[in-house]
Design a protein around this ligand. Structure first.
Ligand SMILES: Nc1nc2c(ncn2[C@@H]2O[C@H](COP(=O)(O)OP(=O)(O)OP(=O)(O)O)[C@@H](O)[C@H]2O)c(=O)[nH]1
Length: 371
């Protein structure tokens, strides 16, 4: 088992009174993938020492995830890896590599960066074997992607309020459902805000994913999404929930009135007021939402990068979830994001099942892509 969320490090616990139960500033690191929710999840231990991001442990679950990831990225990686099947390292190899990276939607800036970095590594290593160049490209890609590798922290504020946005069909509701299940099986109490007030099916979908024992849903038929979000965060506070997840309706960045609506949702959530730092770090408090996540469909390549830029300009994103990396030929877009708008990728998805959403690890991704 490995973590899905990072438990935020907390200040040394006060010697005496037992803190409130729940998720003391434990950074949510990562719920275990795939373990079917245990019948009665144990509450998270009081956070004491911060948990720092680390390489995921080698476990059967992670191994099976890596196999899925490798399989999912095969289409993206195939044309890149064939570049290294020749016998010489020459201009033709670099030209072919440039075309293959661009075809994989790596984008001009990241492609230029990778080629330059790779040539330097080849020179330094003095290798003459094209196959060895592939290994150097894995290193180069890993370094480029590393700034995107960051755990989602939960538990520092109670509730930790996470707002989720994206274009229609990107996988928001599915991803929220998966996160909810992972959080619930990790012992966190979750409250969902169905702020997609347009689509009844989205609310039903959330309900299906939710674990009824630990998850409440605040929804409203055709109401104001900002009002639903406000009610949900207020209810989350009153009920002492660990996490409030706000699902918003899909929209295109070009639909300016709908982008304004997103800003309003964020503004109204902010009006619920500051939440005390559970870790007690210098008495800090924080105004929610603590995280503003964008879900992007990895299969849309450069389009996804444009969405990241547009939603970030509008909302100030704190993290990304990249879905549908299974079977895409455009997985290079993560490199483009790393180069042009390096917002942390908390999770990536390679399918519709619970275990198909996992934490992002730069080295794993680079290896899977170029295997
Ligand atoms: N293949 C694949 N399908 C996925 C993945 N994530 C989500 N989906 C599917 O994508 C479709 C759309 O997902 P939703 O979660 O409904 O998307 P949404 O962003 O909430 O959609 P709207 O509410 O219309 O904006 C569903 O059929 C999901 O099962 C993934 O990682 N891989």
């Amino acid at each position: 088992m490995f973590s899905f969320f990072k438990k935020k490090s907390v200040a040394p616990p006060p010697a005496s009174p037992a803190p409130e139960a729940g998720l003391p500033a434990a950074a949510v690191a990562a719920p275990s993938v795939q373990t079917p929710a245990s019948p009665s999840p144990e509450p998270l231990p009081p956070a004491s020492a911060p948990v720092v991001a680390s390489a995921p442990a080698e476990t059967p679950a992670r191994t099976s995830w890596l196999a899925k990831l490798t399989n999912g990225l095969r289409k993206t990686g195939a044309s890149i890896t064939t570049v290294f099947t020749g016998t010489r390292i020459d201009d033709a190899l670099y030209e072919d590599l440039e075309s293959a990276l661009l075809m994989a939607d790596t984008g001009v800036k990241a492609t230029e960066h990778l080629l330059e970095d790779l040539k330097r590594r080849v020179k330094d290593s003095k290798t003459t074997d094209p196959a060895a160049v592939k290994g150097l490209l894995v290193q180069s890609l890993t370094d480029l992607l590393l700034p995107l590798q960051k755990p989602l922290l939960i538990g520092q504020f109670k509730p930790t309020v996470i707002m989720v946005a994206g274009v229609n069909g990107a996988g928001k509701t599915t991803s929220i459902g998966k996160l909810t299940r992972h959080l619930a099986s990790d012992g966190a109490s979750v409250l969902l805000a169905a702020a997609d007030t347009f689509r009844a099916a989205a609310r039903e979908q959330l309900g299906v994913w939710a674990d009824r024992n630990t998850v409440d849903i605040i929804s409203q038929d055709g109401g104001d999404p900002a009002a639903v979000s406000f009610d949900a965060v207020s209810a989350g506070k009153a009920r002492g929930r660990d996490v409030v997840l706000v699902d918003t309706a899909g929209r295109l960045p070009t639909q300016l009135h709908l982008m304004e609506e997103l800003k309003k949702i964020k503004r109204v959530i902010q009006k619920t007021g500051p939440l005390a730092d559970q870790a007690g770090e210098s008495g800090a408090s924080s105004i929610p939402p603590h995280e503003v996540l964008l879900v992007i469909d990895g299969n849309t390549g450069q389009n996804a990068l444009n969405q990241v830029k547009a939603f970030d300009d509008t909302l100030g994103l704190t993290g990304l979830i990249v879905t549908k990396l299974d079977g895409t030929a455009k997985g290079g877009v993560l490199a483009a994001i790393a180069r042009e708008r390096p917002i942390p990728v908390y999770f990536i998805g390679v399918g519709e099942k619970l275990e198909d959403l996992e934490t992002f690890n730069a080295q794993e991704f680079a290896q899977a892509l170029l295997s």
